[in-house]
Each structure stands twice: as structure tokens, then as C-alpha cells.
Ligand binder design. Structure first.
Ligand code: FAD
Ligand code: SF4
Length: 504
């Protein structure tokens, strides 16, 4: 049963075995596991349930419907880092690029060492990766879905002598409409809206959409439910109070919203780590203008990654976006922007992702708003400059006539020799233009209450009955696109919680 805003005027108090807050990569997966284990699951999701048939390329309609704060939010720091997160059933998986990378083995080895938990080792996680990859159909593409930009990136990397790895993506017969970031209109992308929510609903789960959870219900030191308010999808005003009582609560609001909810109740006292350990895998964009048609819009984005510099924590990839979004990210407006957009067919957009070498915080601000903060290090600054330079070199080698750089005081260059200007001009971090979509780590898992927020079952150390199962739980950054790690960890948490509740 799917409930929407208008339904809460009739009924606004619910009971369940488990209430799962959030339906993204973590929430939908944990909820489906629990529902299929025979438990009565109620999801609560702030966004709406939007079917595949409603997805389209119209940015002004899609962005406010599918993204939190219409996609306009920033992590404060030097420099500020704009970020986006999904707000709809399926969460960020509805708008993501569908790359499916397992957690690198060295990262899992580190988690194993720091927690002593062999289940977090590569061997221990293997069955969960397999289950997730089958559920979301993680595989390579049909040739017809590979676009001109992907071919330029792969040829360019080979010309430079760099190692390239083709991405597996969670898709079934993707035809390359390149609308991933506004919702997949063909249903090929196996977001949690497509791959997990129908399974959970078939197993009897209810989905309370258009409700924002504002607090946990805690009785005698135990979490026994959640309270929030219905949100009018048209005006975004909060109205009817909604309450769900349950034997267990799973918080899966994403690494920015989860700590905001938890910090209200001051959980994580033993370690003081709730809202800390925030990592965000930022990236820089490098856009190349070619003297010939590439038609990057024909074919999916994110066909392959250049992994030559992975050991240095730098991954290079193409990253094409629909025209409205691209126009919003140009270094100028008006006539110049219009003239450049007329050459949309000749543009290749690429990016350099840099692995975190530091951590930031997410604090609960006025009116319960999230205030993320993250300052890149001097070492990261050097890696962003290197990533931008490498991409620019490759685009010039492939014949680009102009390359747009991620520096506010050096927005573009027209020849490879001008790359030396990067070192001359980029002395300060605040001229760097970053972006991110991979927020992690703010309620980290561990085996010691003094060094983590949740235990190895996903339960908050100092709040029995309350679990976390989303990107917040990573002990450290993963250095790759995180959705498969989140889903695998959520599967494991769901399996353990189902066993616990079966015994109780
Ligand atoms: C544009 C974009 C591209 C990306 N590309 C990739 C990619 O190619 N590969 C990859 O691996 N990862 C990618 N990611 C990242 C990946 O999608 C996320 O890391 C992942 O979805 C996070 O899962 P989550 O469960 O932590 O949060 P989310 O998936 O964001 O889900 C959280 C859900 O909780 C809901 N919620 C939040 N607060 C509340 C509240 N108080 N009450 C009720 N509901 C609430 C939200 O509305 C949302 O639906 C991308 C992300 C974006 C935004
Ligand atoms: S590129 Fe493929 S996965 Fe992305 S929106 Fe188009 S069909 Fe869907």
C-alpha cells in the first residue's frame, strides 16, 4: 500500500514490526530484506513515489520533484562544495549514474583490521555483493548504448597510455537516453525504486510517502518509533503529524540527513562521533569543446573509468548531463552561454574524482537543517589540479579546441601549453570549483562504542532498537562510487535484524 499526502487526514498513526526511514540505496534494501523475511515493514519517505512513466528530460519539472532543495545545497568550507541528494522513493538511486563498483579490497581489509569483524573482510562481504549485483542487474552495456563521448574518453586514455576499466552499471537493456540524472524514462536503470521497492511491497510492506520524520520516539531508553509531519508536495509545507510505532527503527536518510535526525537525540555519546567522520569524495569537472560533432547526449554517461591514477586516489571519467543542467554550470551567462550551448553536440564533459584524505562534519543547524562542513587539504588541492590537468591534456591530444577548467580565475584555455598556467594561478584552494554526490561516514560502524556510532549489527550503541543502514555507516571513505557498498551493508544489516526480531 502506498500512502500519499492526502491520506494522512484520515489515518496518521501506524504500527509495524520495523519502520524504515528513507527508501534510497540503504532503506529500500534493508526494508525489502525484512519484508521478505515475513516482517511487517512500514517505509517512511519524505519524497513522492514517481513511476518510470513520469520521468522526462524537463529539468524544471524533474529537479524540484526528485532532488532535495531543488538540487541547490553546499558543503561549507574552502572551497564550498555544492552537492545534491535525491528526495523521492528510491532516493539518490533514482537520479544517479548507475555505476556499480564493489568496495575495493584494501578498504575492506582496513575495515576488517579496525573492527576485527571478518564479515567486513572481502571474503565476508562477497555473498552480499553477489546478492545485490543480481538484484540490481549489474552488468556491461549493449554496444548501442555507448555514446560518442565515451568513445573519445576511451580512445583518449589509450592514446595517453592509461588504464581504462569499463563500468558495470545497474541496468537492464539501457538504450542510452542519457537521462539518468532526471530519472530513467525506460525503466532500464535498476534503482531501488525499480529493483527493491516492488519486492518489498509485494511482500506486504507499506510505503508512507510525503512524510518527513522529525524525531525518534524513545521510551525507557529504547527507540520504539518515529514522529514526523506530512509534507504537501506542491507547497512543501509541513502539516498533519504522522506517528509510526515499531519494534525496531531503521534510519536510512543518507549521510547528510541521518545525523541531523540522530543529533536531535544526542546519540553516539560514547564516541562523540555522530555527525563526524564525514567524507564526500569530491570531484572537479573538465569540459572540452571539439571542432566536430560528438553527440555526447546519444548514449549513456559513465561508460568507463580511467583507473591509471587510482593508486594516487584519482579516478577520471566522462560525465555527460542534459542540456539544461550543463547550461547552469557554464562559467558565463547570456549571449556567451547561448553561443556555447549552440555547440552542445560538440561538447564532452568529464570529471576527476579524488579520494578523501580528510574528514568533515554534519551538524544540526537552525530549524533542524543540515550544516555540512569539509575543508580539502593541501594534498587534495594538488590532486584536483593534477586530475584537471590530465583530463585537459587528454582532450587536447584528442583534438579539442577549447578546454574549460574548474578554476574560477582560469575558466578555460585554448592550447596545451597553457596548462602551465594552472600552477601559476592556482595557489589558493578557494578558486577551485568542486562538486559532489558521494556523502558518507557520519554514523560509522565499529566494534568499539568509543570509536563508532553503531555496532556491527547496525544498532546505535547508546540507543537500543534504533539502527542505521545507509551511506552514514562507512567506517572510512570507499574511494569508489558507493551504492553497491551501501546496498551490501544494508542487506547484511537487514538479515541480522530479521534474525534478531525472529528470536524476540
Ligand atoms: C546525481 C547522482 C549521481 C550518482 N551516481 C552514482 C553512481 O553512478 N554510482 C554510485 O555508486 N553512486 C552514485 N551516486 C551516489 C549514490 O546514489 C548514493 O551514495 C546512495 O544512493 C546513498 O544511499 P543512501 O541510502 O545513503 O541515501 P539516499 O539514496 O539519498 O536515500 C535517502 C532517502 O531518505 C529520504 N529522507 C531523508 N531524510 C528524511 C526524513 N527526515 N524523513 C523521511 N525521509 C527522509 C530521502 O528523501 C531519500 O529518499 C550518485 C548520487 C547522485 C545524487
Ligand atoms: S542512459 Fe540508460 S539507464 Fe540512463 S536514463 Fe537512459 S536508458 Fe535509463
Amino acid at each position: 500500500m502506498i500512502l500519499r499526502f492526502g491520506d494522512y487526514s484520515r489515518e496518521a498513526t501506524f504500527d509495524a514490526d520495523v519502520v524504515v526511514v528513507g527508501t534510497g540505496a540503504g532503506g529500500a534494501v534493508v526494508g525489502a530484506e525484512l519484508a521478505e523475511a515475513g516482517l511487517n515493514v512500514a517505509f517512511v519517505e519524505e519524497g513522492g513515489w514517481h513511476d518510470t512513466a513520469s520521468f522526462n528530460p524537463y529539468m524544471t519539472e524533474s529537479i524540484p520533484r526528485l532532488y532535495r532543495d531543488a538540487g541547490v545545497a553546499a558543503i561549507l568550507g574552502t572551497p564550498n562544495i555544492p552537492f545534491v541528494e535525491g528526495r523521492c522513493v528510491g532516493g539518490s538511486t533514482v537520479v544517479n549514474g548507475a555505476m556499480t563498483w564493489r568496495t575495493p579490497e584494501d578498504v575492506l581489509d582496513g575495515w576488517f583490521k579496525s573492527t576485527g569483524a571478518s564479515e567486513l573482510s572481502p571474503h565476508g562481504m562477497e555473498p552480499y555483493f553477489e546478492r545485490v549485483e543480481t538484484a540490481i542487474s549489474a552488468k556491461h552495456h549493449l554496444d548501442l548504448a555507448i555514446g560518442g563521448d565515451a568513445r573519445i574518453m576511451v580512445q583518449g586514455a589509450r592514446k595517453m597510455g592509461w588504464k581504462v576499466e569499463v563500468n558495470r552499471r545497474n541496468q537492464d537493456t539501457c538504450v542510452g537516453t542519457n537521462n539518468c540524472v532526471l530519472g530513467c524514462p525506460t525503466g532500464a536503470k535498476q534503482s531501488t525504486l525499480v529493483a527493491y521497492m516492488p519486492r518489498a511491497m509485494k511482500a506486504g510492506a507499506r510505503c508512507l510517502t510525503e512524510v518527513r520524520i522529525e524525531e525518534l520516539i524513545i521510551e525507557n531508553g529504547r527507540c520504539v518509533g518515529v514522529k514526523g509531519r506530512a509534507i504537501d508536495p506542491r507547497t512543501r509545507k509541513a502539516s498533519t503529524p504522522v506517528t509510526v510505532r515499531a519494534r525496531a527503527v531503521v534510519v536510512a536518510c543518507g549521510a547528510v540527513q541521518t545525523p541531523v535526525l540522530l543529533e536531535k537525540h544526542k546519540v553516539g555519546r560514547p564516541s562523540g562521533l555522530c555527525g563526524k567522520n564525514f567524507t564526500c569524495h569530491p570531484n572537479v569537472k573538465v569540459m572540452a569543446l571539439y571542432p566536430f560533432e560528438v553527440r555526447s547526449w546519444q548514449g549513456m554517461s559513465q561508460y568507463a573509468q580511467i583507473r591509471e591514477f587510482h593508486d594516487e586516489g584519482i579516478v577520471l571519467a566522462e560525465n555527460f548531463i542534459p542540456p539544461g543542467l550543463l547550461a547552469a554550470h557554464l562559467p558565463f551567462h547570456g549571449k556567451e552561454a547561448w553561443e556555447l550551448m549552440q555547440q552542445y553536440d560538440n561538447i564532452v564533459l568529464s570529471g576527476a574524482l579524488v579520494e578523501d584524505s580528510t574528514t568533515g562534519t554534519v551538524r544540526r543547524g537552525p530549524m533542524g537543517m543540515a550544516v555540512p562542513r569539509y575543508d580539502i587539504t593541501v594534498q587534495d588541492h594538488a590532486r584536483f589540479k593534477k586530475g584537471a590537468r590530465l583530463l585537459a591534456e587528454m582532450h587536447f591530444a584528442m583534438g579539442a579546441k577549447r578546454v574549460f577548467l574548474p578554476f574560477s580565475n582560469l575558466p578555460w584555455i585554448d592550447k596545451v601549453d597553457d596548462l602551465k598556467r594552472i600552477e601559476e594561478t592556482q595557489k589558493k584552494r578557494n578558486t577551485l570549483e568542486l562538486f559532489t554526490v558521494h556523502m558518507m561516514g557520519t554514523a560509522c560502524m565499529g566494534s568499539d562504542a568509543q570509536r563508532s556510532v553503531i555496532d556491527l549489527n547496525g544498532q546505535i550503541w547508546d540507543l537500543p532498537g534504533c539502527y542505521v543502514a545507509d551511506a552514514s555507516i562507512f567506517p572510512t571513505a570507499v574511494g569508489v562510487n558507493p551504492q553497491v557498498t551501501i546496498m551490501a551493508m544494508a542487506t547484511r544489516i537487514g538479515e541480522r535484524l530479521a534474525a534478531t526480531l525472529a528470536k524476540a
